[in-house]
Design a protein around this ligand. Structure first.
Ligand code: FAD
Ligand code: SF4
Length: 502
């Protein structure tokens, strides 16, 4: 296909790539996406792109992915060139092509009054094709700078930072406290949303390019990983010319209500991590406590982590699953203060709810109950609440509409977010944090410690894989400038929305 019709969006309807049938997929841990796709169908979808003078989709993508370029290249059958354009802004397009909620799509001009271009699926198809055809290979740097950089944390931010710095010629070592490389991509996001071989394949690519990985080494005070090794940050600062802290924002947010100590009440991340480990054939020391099989499960928290818990519980054979949100049910249509091209704050059932289970809204948890006195939770007590919001959409006053509501459960999963970066564990009192609990950085992404930078959730707060990759790329550019005085590494669009700073 070569000729391009500028009115392709009038000729063709949106046809996203297929997902597996919800009932069938909820019985296994294989990815929820249909494996096979047709290049001809994708080429037609690429023609729906209007190649707008001001591509607002690119503004919706935190990486500033060159979306109209690769839509056109795919339409014309130039897949390899499309892959090169994709890699120009994104180190790991399959990480985003499979997991990104695609803020670019509601920002597509077509989304104003029609269905947007299938941007995310075209991205995924390009990178799938790249791996299938063997086009994705190690790209070691032509020469070395003689400078050494330590990256702490191996999530998408750390990996993107490491690859960029290595390609700029610096010698990079990645320290990871866990026994596996990948951060939340490995011990967070469930296997059925993102298969782990995709991370392992990239790790092999980075190793072949010269990046050194040290799993099982925690940096700071008493943060030994699986192997129990711990390395003081001061030591890294002596041994390396620069350090990037890409430690995520995994400090758990607790729900301090009566009964929290009961058996059967646990943090969502402990639960998800245990299942990730089981799927990888690694040891799980929970004695079966973190298994939903045959149990009624309550997931407290209406967000994406909560949805991943719902879907995992179904796959473990839960008797019944309810996801509870403290917020009201979002409206079906965009409210007036939420116009295009903003991310729509409307109700969409999650992939997990499409598979089964029930949602409850406007419920605030008051107590975990043990009515038969056996030390195990058997119900949760709630109040039905109504909130008033300030001009920024933040919750303000709370009024109680109904008290004493109870839902039965033998397993309760707390998925109410995170309290910030685990900064105290780094054991550096001069490392400043923000009120949100993230690492404070200046406009060059440097922390209060000279030569120590930060990237990803660690300084943005819990966000998305696409933000983490953008942050990692930008930190690499800042570090390269710090070490070399200048940098040829590209910046991402993230700089238009910087995190909280020093
Ligand atoms: C359950 C769940 C599901 C999600 N699903 C999605 C999704 O579908 N799509 C999406 O876009 N985003 C999703 N996210 C968010 C996404 O995973 C994160 O935004 C992203 O992984 C952040 O990347 P990061 O590199 O900044 O940090 P992380 O991925 O958190 O990695 C940080 C790494 O640093 C390591 N570390 C921490 N402290 C130390 C130390 N002192 N020494 C050595 N190592 C250390 C940690 O062990 C970890 O491996 C999800 C998050 C969760 C929790
Ligand atoms: S990374 Fe996410 S936001 Fe950017 S183009 Fe891909 S799907 Fe869209």
């Amino acid at each position: 296909m070569s000729e391009r019709h500028p009115d392709g969006f009038l000729r063709h309807a949106r046809a996203p790539l297929a997902y597996r049938d919800p009932r069938a997929r909820s019985r296994d841990f294989t990815e929820i996406y249909a494996r096979h796709w047709d290049a001809a169908v994708l080429a037609v979808q690429g023609e729906r792109c209007m190649d707008c003078g001001v591509p607002s989709c690119m503004g919706g993508c935190p990486l500033g992915n060159l979306i109209p370029d690769w839509n056109d290249l795919v339409h014309r059958g130039h897949w390899r060139e499309a892959l090169a354009r994709l890699h120009a802004t994104n180190n790991f397009p399959e990480f985003t092509g499979y997991t990104c909620p695609a803020p670019c799509e509601p920002a597509c001009v077509l989304a104003r009054n029609d269905a947007p271009v299938t941007i995310k699926h075209i991205e995924r198809a390009i990178v799938d094709m790249g791996w299938r055809e063997g086009w994705i290979r190690p790209e070691p740097p032509p020469r070395r700078s003689g400078r050494r950089v330590a990256v702490v944390g191996s999530g998408p931010a750390g990996l993107a930072c490491a690859q960029q710095l290595n390609r700029a010629g610096h010698a990079v070592t990645v320290f990871e406290r866990d026994d596996a490389i990948g951060g939340l991509m490995v011990y967070g996001i469930p296997d059925f949303k993102f298969a782990k071989f995709r991370v392992a394949r990239r790790v092999r690519q980075l190793e072949a390019e010269g990046v050194v990985f040290r799993p099982g080494v925690g940096v700071g005070v008493g943060v030994g990983g699986g192997a129990g090794a711990a390395l003081p940050l001061a030591r890294l600062r002596e041994d390396f010319d620069a350090v990037c802290l890409a430690i995520g924002a995994q400090a758990p947010r607790e729900l301090a209500v009566p009964g929290r100590e009961l058996d059967g009440v646990c943090l969502a991340m402990d639960y998800l991590r245990a299942e990730n480990r089981r799927q990888a054939g690694r040891a799980v020391a929970d004695g079966g406590a973190l298994d939903a099989h045959g149990r009624r499960v309550l997931v407290l928290g209406g967000g994406d982590t909560g949805a991943d818990c719902v879907a995992t519980a179904h796959r473990q054979g839960a008797r019944d699953v309810v996801q509870v949100s403290i917020k009201p049910r979002p409206p079906e249509r965009r409210p007036p203060d939420n116009p295009w091209p903003e991310w729509p704050r409307t109700y969409r059932p999650s992939y997990a709810i499409e598979e089964g289970g029930r949602e409850e809204f406007s419920l605030d948890s008051c107590a975990f109950l043990d009515r038969d006195g056996d030390g195990r939770v058997d119900a949760v007590e709630f109040e039905r609440v109504r909130w008033t919001y300030d001009a920024h959409g933040r919750r303000q006053a709370r009024s109680v509409l109904e008290r004493g509501l109870r839902l039965q459960a033998e397993l309760v999963l707390i998925a109410i977010g995170f309290a910030g970066a685990e900064a105290a564990a780094l054991g550096e009192p001069d490392l400043r944090t923000t009120r949100a609990g993230t690492l404070a950085v200046d406009e060059d992404m440097m922390t209060a410690l000279p030569g120590v930078f930060a990237a990803g959730d660690a300084c943005r707060g819990p966000a998305l894989v696409v933000w983490a990759i953008g942050e990692g790329r930008d930190a690499a550019r800042a570090i390269d400038r710090y070490l070399s005085g200048d940098s040829a590494l590209p910046a991402s669009l993230r700089s238009a929305n910087p995190p909280l700073g020093l």
